[in-house]
Design a binder for this molecule. Structure first.
Ligand code: NDP
Length: 279
């Protein structure tokens, strides 16, 4: 039976460590505040925003909520971000994505000060990751690294295959695995013979956005399988990009969905907020 990588437990450990860190920073007179902007009221976004605010409360930092109506103009949103950039009491800013179609997502990301970009989406932070300098790292891939390390899975020297090349998951994921000295292959929709490439992986990280696409034939016996995907099925249950029931007997270690990568994203967002406090 595969080792189950418990994201719920590991994310809790991280949040508890952060809570202690925040308490000691507060003793030194350093306070933290995260500004959370949501435009419109997409129900999924509202759930994410609520969970982020709850996590702030748990670790002991203040969250400021900006709930803007759907018809807010891009200029109004950018003006709010500029104000928050200048506010010395705010050390982290995030704008929940997606934003309404009349707004330019890239422009919004570019406007958030890189020093307050706790999502790690600003090109300055992405560039820092590419050249191995300090910066905020995208939360989901940073969470995957913590899952592997805290589960005792060795990365250095291993063959790692990342399926997916999005800016927020696949690309930063591959760069982080490279930083940890894995030999990394990135796959995407134009990869020829995806199965054969995946089967070479000691560590297979899947962020493809297709429910249960990765079946047992993609997985080498004993490989570590990290499933970033999250989908609501017709019966209301959640599933990932990996067919867990098929892959689990073949894998050496695997993340479940839910309870794997999902909880790590918010824990790493909190980690970035605490880092922003200490800078
Ligand atoms: P995107 O849709 O932005 O990217 C998907 C990637 O998968 C693309 O690079 C695409 O290739 C590739 N792809 C699509 N189809 C295939 C295929 N048949 N074969 C090989 N590659 C393929 O998704 P995200 O990266 O944003 O998210 C991926 C998954 O992770 C989603 O299920 C999402 O819900 C989940 N997610 C979970 C988070 C969490 O906190 N747990 C956070 C963020 C995302 P190409 O570039 O060629 O189009």
């Amino acid at each position: 039976m595969a080792q189950l990588i418990d994201g719920k437990k590991i994310s809790q450990e991280i949040k508890d460590e952060l809570r202690d860190k925040v308490a000691s920073l507060q003793q030194q007179g350093i306070e933290g505040a995260l500004a959370v902007i949501q435009v419109g009221n997409d129900p999924a976004s509202s759930v994410y925003v609520r969970n982020k605010k709850r996590a702030c409360e748990y670790i002991g930092i203040r969250s400021e909520s900006y709930e803007l109506p759907e018809e807010t103009t891009e200029e109004e949103l950018l003006a709010l971000i500029e104000t928050l950039n200048e506010d010395p009491k705010v050390n982290g800013i995030l704008c929940q994505l997606p934003v309404p179609a009349h707004m330019d997502e890239n422009k919004i990301i570019r406007t958030i000060s890189p020093e307050k970009d706790v999502d790690g989406f600003h090109t300055q932070n992405v560039g820092a990751l590419v050249v191995g300098q300090q910066g905020f790292v995208s939360c989901t891939p940073a969470g995957v690294i913590q899952l592997l390390k805290r589960s005792g899975i060795e990365i250095a020297g291993k063959n790692c295959v990342v399926v997916g090349r999005s800016n927020i998951v696949g690309k930063p994921m591959a760069l982080l695995m490279l930083k940890e000295n894995a030999t990394v292959t990135i796959c995407h929709s134009r990869t020829a013979d995806l199965k054969a490439v995946c089967k070479q992986a000691d560590i297979l990280i899947v962020a493809v956005g297709k429910p249960k696409m990765i079946t047992a034939e993609y997985v080498k016996e004993g490989a570590t399988v990290i499933d970033v995907g999250i989908h609501r099925q017709e019966d209301g249950k959640l599933c990932g990009d990996v067919d867990f029931d098929q892959v689990e007997p073949v894998a050496g270690a695997i993340t479940p969905v839910p309870g794997g990568v999902g909880p790590m994203t918010i824990a790493m967002l909190m980690n970035n907020c605490v880092e922003a406090m200490t800078r």
